[in-house]
Design a protein around this ligand. Structure first.
Ligand code: SF4
Length: 281
């Protein structure tokens, strides 16, 4: 793993997602090394994803300055990296960014695959925030094959439970749906019932999206670990396939059964009540 400490010029960038105003990425690259990661396509990164991490050592200082001049808005923390990847334990850069945002009363939406987020419960409890854990499959052997550097599915479920118990709004993102793995046997129902036990605030799901160069990473691992599904993946990924529609509708049905809201996007919205205060829904 190549690790570099770099200085950044900007911290907040405009978010392409309608429910987020800004993106904040304390690292470039991600040691979670998910095979299906969309970030390389979004960042035009040519280095092999998962083989490097650039640590933006001054990002909290830059953020402090930017929050003095930019219009307050919802910050998506970790949109093309995971803000709680293993290096965060040493660098505490995400934590420093949270301290800045908490001080300025900026709302935050975090999505991670790491139980390390629990370390920052003390700050998160004081903020307008929402924390989501991505879980692609409840069977941890799928995580080991497809998301080798991330926390186990069990640790992510436990993190959701602890966050909710601490009074923090939570959500679970089931995505990208890995054909015949996310929904293997009765795994989908096990996952949704575990999310209900963890008192997750809501669930979102998304299909697997094929980006340039992605299948070159995924296919060898799929063929080695799940050869029985390799051809079925090809059929499921065809544009005319209804496979993902049926899995998403099954997730919706199970969420209804276990009484968890199933949403198609984050409900984060700020309503300005006066120039200094805002209420979050
Ligand atoms: S955790 Fe997210 S950013 Fe990191 S490799 Fe996985 S999908 Fe990509």
């Amino acid at each position: 793993m190549e690790i570099r400490e770099i200085e950044c010029k900007t911290a907040l960038s405009h978010s392409g997602l309608s429910e987020l105003d800004y993106s904040l990425n304390p690292y470039r690259g991600c040691a979670h090394a998910c095979l299906y990661c969309y970030a390389p396509a979004m960042t035009y990164e040519e280095r092999r994803w998962g083989s490097f991490v650039d640590v933006k050592i001054n990002v909290a200082q830059v953020l402090e300055q930017e929050t003095k001049t930019k219009k307050r808005g919802v910050v998506g923390l970790g949109t093309v990296t995971d803000a709680y990847q293993p290096l965060e334990e040493k660098y505490k850069i995400t934590r420093a960014c949270l301290e800045v945002l908490a001080k300025r009363h900026w709302p935050v939406c975090i999505q991670t695959k790491s139980a390390l987020v629990l370390r920052d419960i003390d700050i998160l409890q004081k903020m307008d925030c929402e924390v989501g854990l991505t879980i692609t499959a409840i069977d941890d052997s799928v995580r080991m094959a497809f998301e080798p550097g991330a926390s186990s599915a069990g640790d992510r479920l436990s993190a959701l439970e602890k966050l909710a118990a601490a009074g923090i709004r939570t959500f679970a993102f089931i995505g990208p749906i890995l054909p015949y793995l996310t929904d293997k046997n009765a795994d989908l129902e096990k996952l949704i019932s575990s999310l209900a036990d963890a008192k997750v605030g809501y669930v979102m799901a998304d299909r697997f999206r094929v980006k340039p160069g992605l299948m070159e990473c995924v296919e060898p691992v799929l063929r080695e670990n799940y050869p029985q599904f390799a051809d079925k993946w090809k059929a499921a990924l065809k544009p005319e396939s209804k496979y993902f529609d049926s899995v998403i509708s099954e997730i919706g049905r199970l969420c209804a059964k276990y009484k968890i809201p199933f949403l198609d996007k984050h409900p984060f919205k700020i309503v300005e009540t006066d120039s200094k205060q805002a209420t979050l829904f």
